[in-house]
Design a protein around this ligand. Sequence first.
Ligand code: ADE
Ligand code: SF4
Length: 330
Amino acid sequence: MEQELIRRAVPPLLAWYRVCKRDLPWRHDRTPYTALVAELMLQQTRVEAVRERYVQFLDRFPTAQSLAAASEDEVLKLWEGLGYYSRARNLHRAAKAIAEHGFPATFEGVRALPGVGDYTAGAVCSIALGIPSPAVDGNVLRILSRLYADGRCVDEPSIRSEYAALLKEVYPAETADFCEALMELGAIVCLPNGAPSCEKCPWQTLCLAHQNGEEERYPVRAEKRARKIVEATVLVLRCKDRYAIEQRPEGGLLAKLWQFPFFEGAAPDYGAPLAEKRAKHVFTHVEWHMTGKLIEVDEELPAYIWATAQEIRARYALPSAFRAFAAWLK
Ligand code: ADE
Ligand code: SF4
């Protein structure tokens, strides 16, 4: 790809970012550890959903040492509702490594931390360590495919590395600003789903897609594979003021998080439900189509842990897949 275009695009992008960037909590008092927390939370989760949770998380775990000393259950509880819980487990493991050996000082060292891929390593190194290292996420794929009117499919892994190589050549000394400016342009100006706000864009006079009036033709994406649909029954079993919960298995979806008794297909018959409702939860590759039943039982079945609503809220990480049924807890 032609390098001159991206080279000319750097100065106006930096100038725009300094004036227009959002005030986000992870942009204050940054350390390598807080940058790592932010980037892991922001993987596949919207900025608005992360904002408050990031502040809560760092209130409780301000340093890698404090996080390393916590139990996994507590870390998962603080991650409740954010989804993709393997991120929390990896962050916990990364904190233990950092507490022991210090924060890595090289790209390779950061990349070797649990849960850290090329994107996260690039972002943390650029943002917190001053190491010029491209971080190509969905936002960056979108803005560069539009800047270049690149009609190739951005889901091809080679495109990501090509864009990374292109950026590496022009990385300015302001590594943090540049890295975040690229993401920011995709997040607030060069928007997905519908028309981008080209009238506000620092690349308006450079962008080839805009010159052709074809912004919405890019990025070209691969067709998504259909998700598998799983029918399930969720029982909210109540005995006096306690409810049955169980821990999900060690591997697989929502590993080791807590749930109400959950059955693929139909559930055993514990009596007529007091209430029933349907709820759906969409994961990356699977959809759960659930029927929830609230059932009063006479004794605490020993297969489950029994806890009050208050205990469940305080101590057990209950994924948002079950939120509709948790509304029955009193
Ligand atoms: N998305 C991923 N990383 C981000 C960051 N540092 N700022 C804003 N949005 C982001
Ligand atoms: Fe995106 Fe429009 Fe800017 Fe091009 S001019 S980068 S399409 S917002």
